[in-house]
Write a protein that binds this ligand. Structure first.
Ligand SMILES: NC(=O)c1ccc[n+]([C@@H]2O[C@H](COP(=O)([O-])OP(=O)(O)OC[C@H]3O[C@@H](n4cnc5c(N)ncnc54)[C@H](O)[C@@H]3O)[C@@H](O)[C@H]2O)c1
Length: 443
């Protein structure tokens, strides 16, 4: 008989996982508390923008291997992939995990496997999660299996990475880890490594913390570069020619559902032992204010009064529609608090994703609207689409021709030739002989 899986949470992680299982021999019930998402999935659409996902969801639904609904159903395997955002005080908000676990309790049977995929602070799977499931009267380890299997997929490439990445599976018991390994072996072609649940939890957090600290270092290097008059992008490229060096890229801050959040889950469980991690978070969180201050300083220096800034990019990184924890929010807030007018352009982001936080910031859906009467284009996200826009399309609509690129992703020479003053984050714009330009005011 076909095995049954029930996946709770049909977002970036849950829906692709549900589709993968559906494509590999499981009959899948997808569960979401958002009726709009349930409806969309049943119509064969993904609620999130991810290449190939809607097609895969559509075929799974059409062939009867995936059905979405608002409540769980009996199954052999339950997978929980619900959000774990930050709550006040920079602590993990586990309310979604608690609600999802509670909703499973009436359906739990002997022999079931329950997997927590959501990113959580160490101790959650074997603690809170297990305790809620045991309200069923069944005992984890004896009657059913519990494991943590964190996700490390890259939005924009999720379907490929789900299949090809290595996985770390942490079992509350050894048997649970083995049972989970068997499940993921259905579609994972990377290696599957077994550990205990707490180790798997911290491994996931360490991966993102490593990257967050690395970005903080790059951001600090960018400021040093501005002080001493060099181009940080060139310097990082050269340093990365060393076979054992991999410095990340500086930017306007760190966003997304993972890097900006996960380090706090480590700080939460060991606040005295996490000085470097906390400092890195502070550095990255401080970037939007620095970017806004420099943009406005630049415009003031040029004599622009009542500046209007066209912010390009609301998503936290290039070519995705995900605006969670995006540094763009903070950049915009700082610009507005300083009295600047702000317009927005992000061809990847739906208006519905930004209401109601951006009331009064028109132009999200239109390139021309965003630049009409603007003094400066501020590139916050490195979307490929921005690289295709020529200065001749927008320059004539603007009041002044400034462009500030916080991602070093635009063809600067073309824009300079079109009369734009172009500033690049971390580039102090050297003279041909290598000396910083006297007039250059780096970001
Ligand atoms: N997005 C990523 O790239 C990524 C990568 C690795 C890990 N993660 C982790 O995976 C988890 C899920 O992230 P996501 O990006 O898929 O989130 P998401 O917001 O895209 O999707 C979560 C879904 O869960 C639903 N939901 C909330 N409570 C529910 C409940 N009680 N029962 C059923 N559904 C419920 C929401 O309506 C939403 O559709 C998080 O812990 C996140 O940190 C995400």
């Amino acid at each position: 008989m076909m095995k049954k899986a029930c996946v709770l949470g049909l977002g970036y992680i849950g829906l692709p996982t549900a589709c993968m299982l559906a494509a590999h021999g499981y009959r899948v019930t997808g569960v979401d508390v958002d009726p709009g998402i349930v409806d969309a999935v049943n119509k064969g659409m993904a609620g999130v923008l991810e290449p190939g996902l809607s097609e895969l969801a559509a075929s799974s639904v059409r062939e009867g291997r995936l059905v979405a609904q608002g409540a769980p159903a009996p199954a052999d395997v339950f997978i929980v992939a619900v959000p774990t955002p930050l709550a006040a005080g920079k602590k993990a908000d586990l309310s979604y995990v608690k609600a999802a676990a509670s909703s499973l309790v009436p359906y739990l049977r002997k022999g079931n496997l329950v997997i927590l995929e959501s990113t959580v602070p160490p101790g959650t799977t074997d603690g809170l999660f297990r305790a809620i499931l045991e309200e069923s009267g069944l005992s984890a380890g004896r009657d059913f299996f519990v494991a943590h299997c964190p996700e490390r997929v890259l939005p924009g490439n999720i379907l490929h990475e789900l299949r090809h990445n290595d996985r770390v599976i942490g079992g509350v018991t050894r048997q649970a880890a083995s049972a989970a390994k068997e499940l993921y072996s259905a579609f994972v072609e990377g290696e599957i490594h077994l550990a205990d649940a707490r180790t798997a939890e911290i491994v996931k957090l360490m991966e993102n913390t490593y990257r967050d600290v690395n970005v903080a270092l790059a951001n600090e290097f960018a400021r040093v570069a501005e002080e001493i008059g060099i181009n940080i992008w060139e310097a990082i490229d050269l340093a990365n020619r060393h076979p054992r060096v991999n410095i990340h890229r500086p930017g306007p801050g760190v966003g997304g559902h993972c890097l900006a959040i996960d380090p706090w889950f480590i700080i939460e469980v060991a606040p005295e032992a996490t000085e470097l991690i906390a400092t890195a978070r502070r550095i990255n969180d401080g970037r939007p204010a620095i970017v806004a201050k420099h943009v406005l300083g630049e415009l003031r220096h040029a004599g622009v009064r009542r500046p209007k800034v066209a912010v390009w990019g609301l998503a936290y990184k290039g070519n995705v529609d995900d605006v969670r924890e995006s540094p763009a929010w903070e950049v915009i807030r700082h610009l507005q608090e300083a009295g600047a007018g702000v317009s927005l352009y992000d061809p990847y982001v739906h208006l519905s994703a930004v209401d109601p936080r951006l009331r009064g910031t028109p132009g999200l859906s239109g390139l021309r609207n965003s630049v009409r009467g603007a003094d400066c284009i501020l590139v916050v996200t490195d979307h490929d689409r921005f690289k295709e826009i020529g200065p001749e399309q927008v320059g004539p609509l603007m009041r002044h021709r400034f462009l500030v690129d916080t991602r070093n992703c635009i063809d600067h020479e073309t824009w300079r030739e079109a009369g734009f003053v172009v500033k690049i984050l971390g580039d102090a714009q050297r003279m041909p002989d290598g000396r910083p330009q006297a007039s250059a005011r780096a970001l």
